[in-house]
Design a protein. Sequence first.
Length: 366
Amino acid sequence: MAPTRELLDRTGLPYVIEQPNGRAKIRKDVSLCGVMFGLKVFRHRNFELGNWSTAKPVHVKHDGYVRGHRRGVYRDGPYVAAYGKGGGKATVRLREHLRRVRSRRRHVATNAAEIAKAPRLEEEDIEPFTIEEVQSVLVEASKLRNSARWVVALALGLRQGEALGLHWEDVDLGAGYIRIRKNRLRPKYAHGCGADPCGRKAGYCPKREQTRREHKSTKSRAGRRTTGLPAPLIKILRRHQEAQERERIAAGVDWEGKGYVFASPVGGPLSPNTDFHVWKRLLRDADVRDGRLHDARHTAATVLLILGVPDVVIDSIMGWEPGGAARMRARYMHVTGAILRKVAQQVGDALWMPSGTEEEADWDGN
């Protein structure tokens, strides 16, 4: 910063150095925040003035908390933090609204990003698993603890967070359905070693402290859905429930009892990172080509396509928003070789009469 300041001073012209709070060592000649402009958003900016000066505007007192979770504690309040690392982050829609308000009030100039043309992104081709590959994975999964977790992924197309956030209170095996309402979050830790630092990353600290809640509501309104369970899957979940009950008895007082369908041996939530590595090992043991965990969701959607399930039912099962359902079907449902062969056969039956009939067309002209 010092060399930049020196060059600006040499010009003899007035200048302003703007920097978010705490990012660089500048003089805080003027400090502004969103509350000073009537916005319910925290965003402080500091300005260093060179070769000119102005009166400092009065900083309005913040009356309340930022709404949301911060360091593992939820607080309600009138403010949101739309940017930075603060708690209670606003949605993209809210951030866009705040940007428009500031633009109308002439607090900011035109956003250069609005007139820039974004580069075209080439989407990666995704090949869903075949029925034979799915069956191989399920056979190998039956040998693992929490084997039902992989059946749910491949049969129902649940996202990883939805599967790991599933609770028994959302499962009705008698009626044959599950309610998807929660999404497991990746754990986030802080050091708990205090004045005697362990020298490790926070996630590996012997006294680490969890700073993020375990789960939240699903990513969209359509994501909160009810899905029917195939009869074989109901039997698998019943056996899984019985196995978990035996683990509860064996754990005794160490059982956490948080109600997770797919839990650790003491009833706690599963780590998404560990879950990912189990999936990769499962594919290797089943001698199936490597694939992403999310490819199981593509596979489930493609199976529904093969079965001829109506689009509106597929959207409900997969948890897709009505407005973007067509785009999501195009992304997740893949036309397989079996479908192409079936369509080719139907075209052949329509254009050419079955062999052996007198009316069969002779396309060779003989």
